[in-house]
Design a protein around this ligand. Structure first.
Ligand code: UDP
Length: 325
């Protein structure tokens, strides 16, 4: 029998792709979301949808009472780095307290398994690349600190209560479902690839490239863009691994791509020029971030299907051309 999976934050970008991946592989899925940032249309109709909020313990109690599950996949968090600096309380309250509420409800209903959406932002300024899981964790903003705190809470819950947990530290999630029916839609949008594609479409005046004087071959920042369906796959493998492995695993392709390379690839995919403006660096952007993904391959048996940036951008472009939400 497949495990019954609760996806918290399943109406969001990575959550909605993960929901669909579990369903396609025969798992019964319950989605809980407060729909503050999530999109109801993004939730596959085969899933059971419950409107619930991590800051409302009664809604969580009802959720677990009415929908017995074997494992939880937890995406629900605020994720705007800049806002986390100006409004840290919003982030500590929602992300950290919300997760403790979730863990309380899980304990009350005897659910021991959780896969968590963590981030390479927990490492902070990299001391070396590619970054492996042993790299020190010194997040440089409140968003990254909330994710690190949650990883640490899981370790304490493991020791005290036998929690089974895997935290997946994503690098830069990108792309959309291959069939173009679900994809990325943030309001406001801050991520590079959708902004570039929207500038190409003429929906934005231009793309502002933050800094051209970094110590990289073309002077722009290098990131590790990983396709959202490869992230989704890793969540299913992690759910299956719970009970035999506890801890943190990087999810990236291991390949670095610069901002200029993203713009060039997007121009090739779309066949159009991207209006570009070069501006000052954005605070808090390390020159290069990319993953050592050996652990994901060894522990989860995971292998990314998308390793070419143009293929990733092609799926994002298909989605941009025909967005449903
Ligand atoms: N970036 C940029 N212009 C933008 C948005 C992002 O030059 O309008 C750069 C940013 O400095 C970083 C990369 O694109 O080097 C990826 O940024 P994004 O915000 O997508 O993800 P992050 O790496 O910050 O999580």
């Amino acid at each position: 029998m497949k495990q019954r999976v609760l996806v918290v934050g399943g109406a969001g970008y990575i959550g909605s792709h993960t929901v669909r991946h579990f369903l396609d592989n025969g798992y019964p899925v319950v989605v809980a979301d407060n729909l503050i940032y999530g999109h109801r249309e993004a939730v596959d109709s085969r899933a059971t949808f419950v409107h619930a909020d991590l800051l409302d313990p009664d809604s969580l109690d009802l959720l677990f009472k009415n929908h017995p599950v074997d494992a939880v996949v937890h995406f629900a968090a605020f994720a705007y780095v800049g806002e986390s600096v100006t409004e840290p309380e919003k982030y500590y309250y929602n992300n950290v307290m919300g997760t403790v509420n979730l863990l309380r409800a899980m304990r009350a209903h005897r659910v021991k398994k959780i896969v968590f959406s963590s981030t390479c932002a927990t490492y902070g300024e990299p001391l070396y690349t590619p970054i492996d899981e042993k790299h020190s964790q010194n997040p440089i903003n409140p968003y990254g600190r909330t994710k690190l705190m949650i990883e640490q809470i899981f370790a304490d819950y493991e020791r005290a209560y036998g929690l089974e947990h895997i935290s997946l530290r994503y690098f830069n999630a990108a792309g959309a479902s291959a069939d173009g029916t679900i994809g990325e839609s943030h309001s406001p949008e801050t991520h590079l690839i959708p902004l570039v594609l929207q500038a190409i479409k003429g929906e934005r005046k231009d793309i502002k490239v933050f800094g051209t004087d970094y110590d990289t071959p073309d002077g722009t920042c290098i990131r590790d863009y990983i396709h959202v369906e490869d992230l989704a796959l890793a969540h299913r493998l992690a759910v299956e691994k719970l009970g035999t492995y506890n801890g943190c695993i990087n999810l990236g392709t291991g390949i670095g791509t610069s901002v200029k390379e993203i713009i060039t690839a997007a121009e090739e995919v779309s066949g159009k020029k991207c209006p570009t403006q070069y501006v000052e660096r954005r605070a808090g952007d390390p020159a290069r971030l990319f993953a050592n993904n050996t652990k994901a391959k060894e522990v989860l048996g995971w292998q990314p299907k998308y390793t070419r940036i143009k293929d990733i951008i092609q799926t994002a472009w298909n989605w941009e051309l025909n967005r449903k939400y």
